[in-house]
Ligand binder design. Sequence first.
Ligand code: GLV
Ligand code: GLV
Length: 322
Amino acid sequence: MSRPKIFVTRRIPEIGLHRLRESCEVDVWEDALPPSHANVMERTRDCVGLLSLLSDRIDVALLDACPALRVVANYAVGFDNIDVSACTERGIAVGNTPGVLTEATADLAFCLLIAAARSLGAAERSVRAGEWRTWEPRGFVGRDLTGATLGVIGMGRIGSALARRCHAGWGMRVLYAGPRAKPDVDTALGAQHVPLPQLLGECDFLSLHAPLTTATEHVIDARALALMKPSAVLVNTARGRLVDQTALHEALASGRLFAAGLDVTDPEPLSPDHPLLTLRNCIVVPHVGSATVGARDAMAEIAADNILRGISGEPLRHAVGT
Ligand code: GLV
Ligand code: GLV
């Protein structure tokens, strides 16, 4: 019997590829840059499984070109790159990799929060540029963390892992906004579910952890930014399109907002001459929230497992949609 064919859109950790190769014919996109939409369509044409990245758009055109497809396993927790309902209509299972990247991503959010609060990017660049002349009583004066108020939009796994760090480490008061109150989080962290305008007005640090949907797109726009304290810091490790970047640039450039730390942007990559990168109060890193050995290995294992289950018609380890 011929082995089921799988297309993997980039080289992922060997632990996942090895599992797939045990029973499947595995075609891996070896370039450092992602395949184009046409490339993915072409290489997936006769595959039963597609292991995709968040940079691959899995839409109706692609699904229609790949009639044998049974499962799409995204190597990510987010799945806004996939038309899940179109997959469901065609009986194609969709999987993601939640849980295993929670701590790594919360660590990066925490890292960006401090980095933005203490102007770490600009401070480090000044040393490299030979601008460090003396100890400056007024140089790079940042914001205090202890006792501050953290606002979280999207109190899921990653949001609550960040809130735990901020509450336990700096005694921060925790507020969150989102569709539902989370009584277990409230009890553990003394957190409070509040309406979005209240959250925006009261927080010193705002961290975004909501999935990208039509309801959350540009949740941080000019109006939202206008409600925030000028001393506040925005952190985004979720998806770039949660933020209206033009409005963010204006708020940062005019001093309406103290600083921002971004792991995600719109688009990705951000071009090197993007206006956000001219600001000293904005630190940007290239979507590396889950980039630890442990998280990436565990993501590869789950994505491979989702593929293997999907092609044998079993429920996925982590399925999205219905
Ligand atoms: C990364 O952004 C992910 O969704 O896993
Ligand atoms: C994602 O893992 C989340 O629930 O925050």
